[in-house]
Design a protein around this ligand. Structure first.
Ligand code: IPM
Ligand code: MG
Length: 342
């Protein structure tokens, strides 16, 4: 028997637990098909923080890093922790500490009947830039540093180039090198070097402001979009809106250079949505599609495809939660998806 894949489960806050409850049966389904996997549930989130004062202890972080293969993550953020400290110390610590440089956010077929397939895959650098968490607040002055390093920029761009080359798709780098001369200047230099190494990829840079305008005017004209952490955060939310909203957008972060045993984290793009938490209104589609991305990362292609087809089938049959104008609650939507699994 193979060593089972160990997947850490972190539901987190708000709707995180409700959508995670619809992903867990998908893991059982993969297991019943013969995939060897085990889960380990971790209580990280606002409840745990408020009860113990602990966000992500060093012991838990080390256990995740060295003792698990991947993480399935719900969402963090809770109004009882107004400065969002625990969210930063859990989610950003995991992204950075596990060196999950590549954050992949695919934006493909929108809801049936809602428009053409955008065919956009966002590659967002996930560990540094404006998210380096270094800065100061002084009287009358505040500083947030943005630190970009060549290894991370190169890893992110290499992954984006490889993906574009494999799919025969164009690649656009979003940047503001006209203003951010140092940081985005580095991005441009590495990008131009990789352009020379990948002559088959139609690649070009675009100022991020003009790119956002073009994304609204002609969203199908893109393919793969690469961006730093901050711009990628903004671009991926705009792209999610085309899919039908935040509730349906998936993401997978991974470490292409495999520095640790734990090499990936799957999480929906939506947050913890405290306003609808506990009301069974959350859309589980983003979470289920993120689980499919994790299956693909593990090499379980047929399970990934089946899960994606089940979601597409449920939506095509009219299954919808409230955010998409339907009436289904979270669990009924989850079941409508699972009923279509082979
Ligand atoms: C995302 C979220 C996070 C981010 C927040 C919750 C810190 O918006 O995953 O896109 O800004 O990266
Ligand atoms: Mg975001």
């Amino acid at each position: 028997m193979d060593n089972p894949v160990l997947i850490a489960i972190i539901p987190g806050d708000g709707v995180g637990g409700e959508v995670m409850a619809e992903a867990l049966p998908c893991l059982d389904w993969a297991r019943n098909r013969g995939r060897s996997l085990r889960t380990r549930h971790l209580p990280c989130g606002a409840d745990h923080f408020l009860a113990t004062g602990e966000t992500l202890s060093e012991a838990t972080f080390t256990e995740l890093r060295d003792g698990c293969d991947a993480i399935l993550f719900g969402a963090v953020g809770d109004p009882r922790v107004p400065d969002g400290r625990h969210a930063e110390e859990i989610l950003l610590r995991l992204r950075q500490g596990l060196e999950l440089t590549v954050n992949f956010r695919p934006c493909h077929a929108p809801l049936p009947g809602a428009g053409p397939d955008l065919g956009i895959d966002v590659f967002r650098e996930n560990t540094e830039g404006a998210y380096c968490l270094q800065g100061t607040t002084e009287p009358g002055r505040a500083v947030d540093l943005a630190i970009h390093t060549e290894p991370a920029v190169r890893r992110l761009l290499q992954a984006a180039f490889r993906h574009a080359a494999a799919g025969g798709r164009p690649l656009t780098l979003a940047h503001k090198a006209n203003v951010l001369k140092h940081g985005h200047g580095l991005w441009m230099r590495v990008f131009e070097e990789l352009c020379r190494d990948h002559p088959s990829v139609a690649a070009g840079g675009m100022h991020a402001d003009a790119l956002l305008c073009a994304l609204v005017q002609k969203p199908t004209a893109f393919g793969v979009i690469a961006a730093d952490n901050y711009l990628g955060d903004l671009i991926s939310d705009l792209c999610a809106a085309y899919l039908g909203g935040m509730g349906v957008a998936p993401s997978l972060s991974w470490a292409p250079h495999h520095p640790f045993r734990c090499s990936a984290l799957a999480e929906p793009v939506h947050g913890s949505a405290p306003d609808i938490a506990g009301k069974h209104l959350a859309n589980p589609v983003g979470m289920v599609l993120s689980t499919a991305l994790l299956f693909r990362h593990l090499g379980w292609e047929s399970e990934a495809t089946s899960l994606e087809s089940a979601v597409a089938g449920a939506l095509a049959a009219g299954a919808r939660t409230r955010d998409l104008g339907g009436t289904l609650d979270t669990a009924t939507m989850g079941k409508a998806i699972r009923d279509r699994l082979p």
